[in-house]
Design a protein. Structure first.
Length: 276
């Protein structure tokens, strides 16, 4: 079974529900050969997952998901196969985790203004050591009984355009691509399903290495379409389940949205050629 690779998985070090070891156990049960932990702005899960995965012959390649924007449209960029100990990358991640806390504080203040009694400590107690994000604010609202569900928190209060929404601090795609490249890695456009062809072409011109072709939000027609773009521009492809677990209720996606091992081999070859 060659199609046993999932390169888009989140743990409880960002906005996922499960620990790195639990993710590896999921991978064992679904007979995955290679996975990548792609937490938002956080690398803490990678080495733990790699060490645990080695015991079972599961390869865990370094991954990361970071936010950027183009003309106020938020886009996500996946990074793979970089040096997890790269100092410049580490400094960037520290800065953006700090900015995430500041953003959460502003969201809490907006929630307070509309009569929802929640504190930043409520949010941080849920996030613990993870990169703080809207899912933690949503979970705090549920825990306080201020909304009936995780999804209600988003569509009523903290989703895009809602009363307590706050934009993230972003860096430009060009800066993101350079940081990833300088750390020895490859950059990919994450889940481009709602992007225009013009925007994708702009990111290609800016130097992205590849496109996430396989994703739960992509129809078979979109998968074929993105494969065509990858081939036309001599790009790399990636893919995975974008698994979070818990409140996302996406357990059915794990093990279903996979790619071929040869895709990882192509990524590794691209890096080995560029390092010669």
């Amino acid at each position: 079974m060659p199609d046993m690779v999932d390169l888009h998985i989140h743990t409880n070090h960002s906005d996922g529900f499960y620990s790195p070891k639990e993710i590896v156990d999921f991978a064992r049960r679904h007979e995955l050969e290679i996975i990548s932990i792609t937490d938002h702005d956080n690398l803490a899960a990678i080495k733990e997952a790699q060490a645990y995965g080695k015991q079972f012959g599961i390869e865990v390649i370094p991954g990361l998901e970071i936010s950027s924007d183009v003309r106020d449209k938020e886009i996500h960029i996946l990074a793979y196969l970089f040096d997890v100990d790269n100092e410049e990358l580490g400094r960037y991640l520290i800065f953006f985790r700090q900015e995430r806390v500041k953003r959460a504080i502003r969201m809490v203040e907006k929630l307070n203004e509309i009569g929802l009694n929640i504190t930043i400590d409520d949010v941080l107690s849920i996030a613990k050591n993870s990169a703080v994000g809207r899912p933690h604010v949503a979970q705090a609202l549920v825990a306080k009984g201020l909304v009936s569900s995780y999804f209600e928190a988003f569509y009523k209060y903290i989703g895009n355009g809602c009363p307590a929404y706050e934009k993230k601090v972003h860096l430009s795609p060009q800066s993101a691509f350079k940081i990833i490249s300088d750390a020895g890695g490859l950059s990919f456009i994450a889940h481009p399903g709602n992007m225009s062809e013009a925007l994708i072409k702009e990111l290609i011109d800016d130097g992205v290495d590849g496109i996430e072709v396989v994703h739960p939000s992509h129809s078979s027609q979109l998968v074929k379409y993105y494969k065509g773009i990858v081939n036309e521009y001599f790009l790399l492809e990636s893919g995975g389940s974008d698994f979070h677990g818990g409140k996302r209720e996406d357990e059915k996606s794990f093990g279903k949205f996979t790619i071929n091992r040869s895709i990882v081999t192509a990524m590794q070859r691209r890096l080995s050629r560029s390092n010669k």
